[in-house]
Design a protein around this ligand. Structure first.
Ligand code: C5P
Length: 291
């Protein structure tokens, strides 16, 4: 019997993103509370003698450079550490817009590592899995387990998972890609510079949703202003969400261009999503839960 496995690659949402400073190697140290949405790509692996990748789904056409895909990068990074790694044919159903601040590529890579871990009897804490995750991209480690937590450093230091109340969100992407290096470069920190000085809000498990919302309101996404100056449509999305009286918090995720709004319940989120789709049919809009 041929081994077949499937994994979900859920969208990663940065509920906060504070830039602590720029390292001597050019990367930025961050402090970011990450949660995961109920919208995802799906990945399937059929064991075989050759590592390969095919893609389908509504966003497949935007993935033009399959050889450079994070899934293959992660598998090859793992193969460097694990002799005789069992791999095979991956098939990705791509639903998340690319370069959107939701870590789609990182979530895909993490899903690939979860499947390869299962196939090769490795735990997710195995040093080879963790190394492959880190070597594939800064957001891959946090996507491995896909649980809400604060990530630090360049994403390589993960706090213990923090149990968050379920949040009701609308995710809006204006269908403009946002380049992470371009946004960091616009922020303009030089190597060794310190970033924003204000403290990250204290996030502990067991908060109620209103308490979490007020803590989140004390936080920020330090990449937002730079991303909006490069892509003003992100500002238009912000304005559209902020104009909704039921929306409790509006913030960009990652380096954009996706912006999320948080609502009291799923009905308010669903109504907002419907309205935004009517107002802006070209935008990608999804109501979802975050946890
Ligand atoms: O790791 P990832 O592919 O997401 O990063 C893309 C680029 O963004 C990096 O090459 C780097 O220029 C920048 N980056 C950074 N600091 C981080 C993450 C990414 O400067 N913490």
């Amino acid at each position: 019997m041929v081994w077949v496995g499937t994994a979900r690659a859920r969208a990663k949402i940065n509920l906060t993103l504070h830039i602590i400073g720029r390292r001597e190697d050019g990367y930025h140290n961050l402090e970011s509370l990450v949660a995961f949405a109920n919208v995802c790509d799906d990945l399937r692996l059929v064991e075989g003698s050759r590592l390969s990748l095919t893609v389908s789904g509504p966003e497949a056409s935007s993935l033009t450079d399959e050889k450079n895909n994070h899934i293959l990068k992660a598998a090859m990074a793992l193969a460097e550490h694990v002799p005789h790694l069992r791999t095979g044919a991956f098939h990705l159903t791509k639903r998340l817009p690319i370069a959107s601040g939701m870590g789609g590529g990182s979530a895909d890579a993490a899903a690939a590592l979860r499947l390869l871990a299962r196939l090769n009897d490795l735990t997710l804490q195995h040093p080879a899995i963790l190394d492959a995750a880190r070597n594939t991209g800064a957001d891959v480690p946090v996507c491995l387990e896909g649980t809400s937590r604060i990530m630090r450093g360049i994403g390589d230091h993960l706090d213990e998972p923090v149990h968050l109340p379920r949040l009701f969100a609308v995710l809006v992407n204006p269908r403009r890609g946002s380049s992470t290096p371009a946004v960091f470069s616009k922020i303009g920190l030089t190597r060794g510079d310190v970033g924003s000085s204000s403290k990250h809000p204290c996030i502990v498990g067991g908060l109620t949703a209103p308490a979490l919302l007020s803590r989140l309101a004390e936080g920020r996404n330090d990449m937002e202003a730079a991303a909006i100056s490069l892509e003003p449509e992100i500002g238009a999305v912000r304005d559209a969400l902020s104009a909704l009286t039921t929306c409790r918090l509006v913030r960009m995720s990652g380096s954009g261009a996706t912006v999320f709004g948080l609502f009291d319940d799923c009905r308010a989120a669903a109504r907002a999503s419907k309205m935004l789709k009517v107002l802006n049919p070209s935008w990608w809009v999804r109501s979802t839960t975050l946890a």
